[in-house]
Design a protein around this ligand. Structure first.
Ligand SMILES: NC(=O)c1ccc[n+]([C@@H]2O[C@H](COP(=O)([O-])OP(=O)(O)OC[C@H]3O[C@@H](n4cnc5c(N)ncnc54)[C@H](OP(=O)(O)O)[C@@H]3O)[C@@H](O)[C@H]2O)c1
Length: 288
């Protein structure tokens, strides 16, 4: 099966490329300097040349705080770019998997969130991603699958795990928010799930995260425990809980972002791995 992958140099795209060959996929993945998804000519030209069975769009504007003051660029990539990719896929008859986010929700839920839960983004990034989901589905109908995920961490790029590992070895005290719940998701696991979904003909929306609900403080504590086993400096570091209010950032974050992955489990015939197993795999890859 031939895949045209956008955003292949990013956190998730990198993991998809790492696994695709072993799972018998042929992947073509241009970097941003070769193909910008907001450039219809570039995207269409490549799509006509590759004529992929499946297009996967991991390309996105992901700077959540910056998006608050950079609204135009966020919408240009997350809404308009997604629509460009969808139109190019439609022209050659490809299916498309489009990656989206838990930030399409407002965080007021109190139980795991299923695909039918009403969307209501509370920041520009989330609103631009929701607009992208709608465009992709309008263009491709039942040839599109939108995979929403949450709190990604993986070997490539900046993410919470890498930030914590660095802070634990540099600081005596690290404070982390303990009143926002999420499902930390290892990009390596998600990459395999996305590739497996690519072999199905399912469409619509699917929620995909590692299993379990935790706060960012819980996640930091698990990272610290593992890092301390190997790193002397980290043994001196103390972790303290704080609140989202005390740790104010430009973009508001949902307070509760835990997914119900029942549909994913049915489609794949297996349950998501736990966030603890995902974290262990990631830390092992970076030497902890
Ligand atoms: N990270 C999270 O916690 C999280 C949570 C939920 C959902 N998601 C979603 O998951 C997907 C993957 O996220 P990620 O963490 O892998 O993101 P990422 O590491 O920021 O990667 C995004 C990729 O998109 C590329 N890109 C940006 N603008 C582009 C454009 N105009 N044309 C072509 N490529 C462009 C970037 O290129 P450069 O490398 O050259 O900049 C980068 O390779 C996104 O849809 C994101 O919204 C992420």
């Amino acid at each position: 099966m031939k895949i045209l992958l956008f955003g292949g140099a990013g956190q998730l795209g990198f993991e998809i490329q790492k696994r695709a060959f072993d799972l018998d996929f042929e992947v073509v993945s241009p970097v941003l300097s070769e193909v910008d998804i907001t450039n219809e000519h570039q995207v269409t030209f490549l799509s006509q040349k590759v004529r992929a069975d499946l297009v996967i769009n991991c390309a996105a504007y992901t700077a959540v705080d910056k998006a608050e003051t950079d609204q135009e660029e966020a919408y240009k990539i997350n809404r308009d770019g997604a629509a460009v990719v969808a139109r190019a896929a439609r022209e050659v008859g490809s299916r498309m998997i489009h990656i989206s986010t838990d930030y399409v929700f407002d965080g007021t839920a109190s139980a795991p969130i299923s695909e039918s839960h009403p969307t209501n983004p509370i920041n520009v990034y989330g609103a631009s991603k929701l607009a992208g989901e709608i465009e992709v589905q309008n263009v491709l109908g039942n040839r599109a699958l939108v995979v929403r995920t949450s709190s990604l961490h993986g070997q490539r790029g900046e993410n919470f795990v890498h930030t914590m590992v660095k802070l634990f070895t540099e600081r005596e005290v690290v404070k982390v928010v303990n009143d926002q719940w999420m499902s930390a998701t290892w990009a390596g696991w998600l990459a395999e799930a996305v590739l497996d979904l690519g072999r199905t003909d399912c469409h619509g929306l699917v929620h995909a995260s590692c299993a379990g609900a935790l706060t960012w403080y819980d996640f930091a504590a698990a990272i610290l425990q593992q890092v301390q086993e190997k790193n002397e400096a980290a043994r001196r570091c103390k972790l303290e809980p704080t609140t989202a209010q005390a740790f104010a950032r430009p973009a508001r974050r949902p307070q509760y972002s835990v997914f119900d992955c029942t549909r994913l489990t049915t489609l794949l015939g297996r349950k998501p791995i736990s966030w603890q197993d995902g974290l262990r795999s990631h830390l092992r890859e970076i030497g902890y």
